[in-house]
Design a protein around this ligand. Structure first.
Ligand code: NAI
Length: 456
């Protein structure tokens, strides 16, 4: 009998397994593939590895601006893929080693609940039955498609397929301009591919600050990516020259279509019918203070949880909350208010807390302050002085949200994470001195302006 049996070895599941050592809990982790889950194997990590290759390509392409002359670069997709695989393997191996060191028993097979506290694992050598005082469901999500765009792995692709490209995919239509769609559009655009990005809603990265989204959209479009917002695509047709994607009265012909319209929870075949676990459109409903489902002793974390962000780091936090509650019986809920979101496009778009629209909807009176990167020394030195920092504060009150677009926005957002998390007043946050010359000075400038006393 284990203290905890975890189904799913992605960020939610492996974080729960690793964190359990803090309390001396015995853990079994069931995983049907290698440990690592979507994030390590076909999500965050491989996508960022490809984006890094694209970044190096761009740097070399523009080297002459810096006085460095090189022949125009070429990109070898097979080698890019091999490097991506090496990065993934290194992290998966590191994770496997760490799980071993923490005495987590990893079961290689498909796990299903056979009633509360019982998990049946189908392994290649037969069935294993595990018993746990607690069970954590952390089975993650899979790419969704839209009607007429069933994935075939050849022409109609999900991000799973696109991360395995071993040759130039040619002209690509990307459907959906959320995080996945924008990241792929960005990297393909950087590598010189013809890219058409289609979004049903009226901006890229819907839900993010519109001013920030416009800045990102302008910069992506400036690199030749064709972006169409507020459009619906019709059924594709395959012809001699490629695949035709219609929209309105027009169409484009491409060699591949990448569908990036969201991810669906993988809760279909988990044995949940043998439990009291409740679902909302396939997502597991949990008590937000404990991560426990309606079935006592059965918890859920990560992408399958109803109503929380589908982000690896949200999964980590939910895992920590579940394990802490299991070990101590003290609820220790995730603070979702200050979880950063980073879209790793070039440039990055990162946000934390509330957007202006969300704050207004919640009834806040707000003060908004933005500052562009145009005059920021370090950004000019980097040749990347486009983008902005935007801070939303409650009127005469604390900072409640922020968005950054620009180089390393995903790193810069973290000081604003503290500001939002600790409910700092703009004047309190502005009192700190930023190093010069750094990109983070853009945040410092915005904070000073938000506090009513701008410097530059
Ligand atoms: P998403 O939900 O973020 O974006 C999907 C987009 O597709 C939306 O903008 C939606 O309006 C659009 N869309 C839906 N149907 C469409 C249609 N028929 N035509 C045109 N556009 C359509 O989902 P995405 O990008 O697939 O990512 C899945 C999840 O993974 C998200 O929760 C995302 O936050 C997460 N993720 C996070 C990353 C990050 O933090 N950097 C990177 C990749 C994924």
């Amino acid at each position: 009998m284990y203290d905890v049996v975890i189904i799913g070895g992605g960020p939610g599941g492996y974080a729960a397994a690793l964190y359990a050592h803090n309390f001396g809990l015995t853990v079994a982790l069931v995983e049907k593939e290698r440990v690592g889950g979507t994030c390590l194997i076909r999500g965050c990590i491989p996508a960022k590895a490809w984006l890094e290759s694209a970044d190096v390509f761009t740097t070399v392409s523009h080297a002459a601006e810096f006085g460095v002359h090189a022949s125009p670069p070429t990109f070898n997709w097979e080698e890019g893929l091999a490097r991506k695989n090496r990065v993934v393997d290194q992290l998966v191996n590191g994770l496997s080693g760490l799980l071993k060191k923490r005495n987590v028993d990893v079961f290689d097979g498909y796990g299903r609940l056979a009633g509360p506290g019982k998990v049946v694992v189908e392994t290649s050598d037969g069935t294993v039955e595990l018993e746990g005082r607690n069970t954590i469901l952390a089975v993650g999500s899979v790419p969704r498609s839209i009607p007429d765009y069933d994935f075939d792995g050849q022409r109609i692709l999900s991000s799973d397929h696109a991360l395995e490209w071993d040759r130039d995919p040619g002209r690509v239509a990307v459907i959906g301009a959320g995080a996945i769609g924008c990241e792929f559009a960005s990297l393909l655009g950087d590598l010189g591919n013809e890219v058409h990005l289609f979004e049903m809603l009226d901006q890229v990265v819907p839900g993010s600050d519109p001013q920030a989204a416009r800045s990102l959209q302008r910069q992506l479009a400036g690199r030749g990516i064709e972006i169409r917002t507020s459009v619906s695509v019709g059924p594709p047709s395959v012809g001699q020259g490629g695949i035709t994607v219609p929209f309105g009265d027009e169409s484009v012909e491409v060699d591949a279509v990448l569908v990036a319209v969201g991810r669906a929870p993988r809760t279909g075949d988990l044995g949940l019918e043998a439990t009291k676990v409740e679902l909302d459109r396939g997502y597991v409903i949990v008590d937000s203070a404990t991560q426990e489902t309606a079935e006592p002793g059965v918890f859920a974390v990560g992408d399958i949880v109803a109503g929380t962000p589908q982000l690896a780091h949200a999964g980590f936090a939910e895992a920590i909350a579940a394990i802490t509650y299991i070990a101590t019986s003290e609820p220790s809920p995730v603070n979702y208010r200050a979880i950063p979101l980073v879209v790793y496009t070039h440039p990055e778009l990162a946000s934390v807390g509330l957007t202006e629209a969300q704050a207004l909807e919640l009834g806040y009176e707000i003060e908004k302050t933005s500052h562009t990167l145009a005059g920021v020394g370090r950004a000019i030195i980097r040749g990347k002085a486009q983008g902005l920092v935007k801070i939303i504060a409650a009127k005469d009150g604390p900072i409640i949200g922020a968005t950054v677009v620009g180089p390393d926005a995903g790193e810069m957002i973290h000081e604003l994470m503290y500001a939002v998390g600790w409910e700092a007043l703009p004047s309190e946050a502005a009192a700190f001195v930023h190093a010069h010359p750094t990109l983070a000075e853009a945040v410092g400038e915005t904070l000073m302006a938000a506090a009513g006393r701008p410097l530059h």
